[in-house]
Design a protein around this ligand. Structure first.
Ligand code: SF4
Length: 372
């Protein structure tokens, strides 16, 4: 897997998807030495559930451990420091990580109990947890989510769990962006396993999950986060820490240079259909409001999730209003005609955005030009 590759897999069996993704990405060949200490770093900011769009799905961690153990790696741990105000030990327990630890014989490392080491992060003094610095290979496992302060959160911001609580507080006094960028110069991000299953619309603590049912693998945290912007419909320049990290040499923020490898097609329609027979719980209130601007018919989760994020951007910009014709989306529109639709399934419509699925950033532009 090259540094500019982003591998993407769709589906609903998250553990099996992880196993296949890591196999296709050749993770074992990247780690090489079976004696290296490998740390898995999920996003467990608190005790909020993965299903609510807040934390990393435990099935990804199980899949990663099974992959590593089956390839002869024995020195594996799970490390995290929850956010200030929550004990990591409570997050581990509440989210099933204590059970995972017992099942696979993998230690849990609570970085809130670790000591901080002062590092020169390219001109900024930062304190980083010793155990994170001593890791030989770090697998960052962030969740793709909206964030009320930084707009998005994924690989670069997930590194904040690798610093002591006192440093987390200091990051906020420094405005987050600059220290997040500098932190990327001293912590390892050897491999990124991205949970793009149902991250929240705009809050890192969850509550409004948007199902996309995807998992990615990447090697460049800057490129990964720039691609998150594309997927959530946001220009990269609106998330300053991404370009700052690029300028500091961590990676590339130009997604036109990303090599996207889709391991399968997006076909599941399980979660986002408003009227589908398989939906067991109502859409979250804020997602439901945005869904009111759409007319889905057998839409794939990745496609519909992208449209929800695009509509959220337009809503934030104050551009949505009553009386707009619904935006059609989904496999049920194949071969049909209509006014406006997104995705290749609506290619016979008067106005249609190609792509399978199209990215949210392209949907925003298309809807601004053809719908509003
Ligand atoms: S364009 Fe159609 S087939 Fe492709 S992701 Fe969207 S709904 Fe699914």
């Amino acid at each position: 897997m090259n540094k500019n590759d982003i591998f993407i897999i769709h589906g609903t069996d998250y553990k099996d998807m992880t196993l296949r993704l890591l196999t296709e990405a050749g993770l074992a060949e990247q780690i090489k030495d079976r004696g290296r200490h490998i740390a898995l770093k999920p996003n467990l900011l608190g005790t909020m559930r993965a299903e609510d769009g807040a934390t990393t799905h435990p099935q990804l961690v199980c899949g990663a451990i099974e992959y590593l153990q089956s390839h002869g790696f024995t020195h594996i741990s799970i490390m995290e420091g929850s956010w200030v105000g929550e004990r990591t030990s409570r997050s581990f327990e509440a989210l099933g990580y204590t059970d995972i630890s017992k099942k696979y014989g993998i230690p849990l490392i609570d970085l809130q109990k670790d000591e901080g080491v002062s590092c020169d992060a390219k001109g900024m003094k930062l304190s980083v947890c010793r155990k994170a610095l001593e890791t030989d290979f770090l697998i960052n496992m962030p969740v793709v989510k909206g964030h009320c302060q930084t707009h998005i959160t994924c690989a670069l911001k997930n590194n904040k769990g690798l610093i002591p609580n006192s440093e987390k507080r200091r990051f906020h006094t420094m405005g987050l962006h600059k220290p997040i960028a500098h932190l990327s110069t001293v912590v390892r991000n050897d491999f990124i396993l991205v949970d793009n299953i149902c991250g929240d619309l705009d809050f890192e603590e969850g509550g409004n999950p948007v199902y996309m049912n995807r998992i990615w693998a990447a090697r460049d945290p800057v490129l990964c986060d720039a691609f998150v912007c594309d997927c959530l419909g946001l220009p990269v320049d609106e998330v300053p820490y991404i370009r700052m990290a690029e300028r500091l040499g961590t990676g590339c923020a130009d997604t036109s240079k990303a090599h996207l490898v889709f391991l399968n097609e997006s076909t599941d329609t399980e979660y986002m259909e408003i009227t589908g027979p398989r939906r067991s719980s109502p859409l979250p209130r804020r997602v439901q409001k945005l869904a009111g601007y759409t007319a889905p018919k057998d839409s794939c989760s990745a496609c519909y999730g992208s449209l929800i994020h695009a509509l959220h951007r337009l809503s934030e910009a104050g551009k949505l209003h009553q009386g707009l014709p619904p935006v059609c989306i989904g496999q049920g529109y194949k071969g049909q005609t209509g006014e406006i639709g997104v995705g290749s399934c609506t290619s016979c419509f008067k106005n249609s955005l190609r792509g399978c699925p199209p990215k949210a950033i392209d949907m925003v532009k298309f809807l601004e030009e053809n719908w509003l």
